[in-house]
Design a protein. Structure first.
Length: 149
């Protein structure tokens, strides 16, 4: 893992822990443009009663409006493999790189993302797996709701 991957994934993990402390699902994300965090977020579906506030969506919302050229210079860091909805936003804005903490707990449409030109990097971090395993074990009904089961 490169130093920048470690630094930015630490920030995504901090977001996941923030969400967990607020009673939510422990998934976090940060959006990096030219080596600087421009957006951060965590899954806030439960806290906000939202249908769409997954970590990546919250992160994009918090980044505010960026130009198409800006998004194409970004990297999305997420503690978990992005789902179909979040992948759709990544593809829409042509974010070229997604660095994920893990994809063992949940695997989004990674082959589709790759086929559409997104470079996916899985750091396969035990810390991210442990956060999700604990949540899924404690609150399986909420987890299934979050992933549409």
């Amino acid at each position: 893992m490169t130093a920048s991957h470690e630094t930015f994934m630490r920030e995504a993990i901090a977001e996941a822990r923030k969400g967990m402390a607020d009673g939510g699902i422990p998934i976090g994300a940060v959006l990096i443009k030219d080596g600087v965090i421009v957006g951060r977020g965590h899954n806030r579906r439960l806290q906000k009663g939202s249908a769409i506030l997954h970590a990546e969506m919250d992160c994009l919302e918090n980044a505010g409006r960026l130009s198409a050229a800006d998004y194409q210079r970004c990297v999305m860091y997420s503690t978990l493999s992005p789902c179909d909805m979040c992948t759709g936003a990544i593809l829409l804005y042509k974010i070229p790189i997604v660095v994920m903490g893990e994809n063992e707990t949940f695997r989004g449409p990674e082959s589709y993302s790759h086929a559409r030109g997104v470079d996916l990097i899985n750091l396969d971090l035990d810390e991210c797996k442990a956060l999700m395993r604990a949540f899924v074990s404690d609150k399986p009904k909420l987890w299934n709701e979050d992933i549409g089961i």
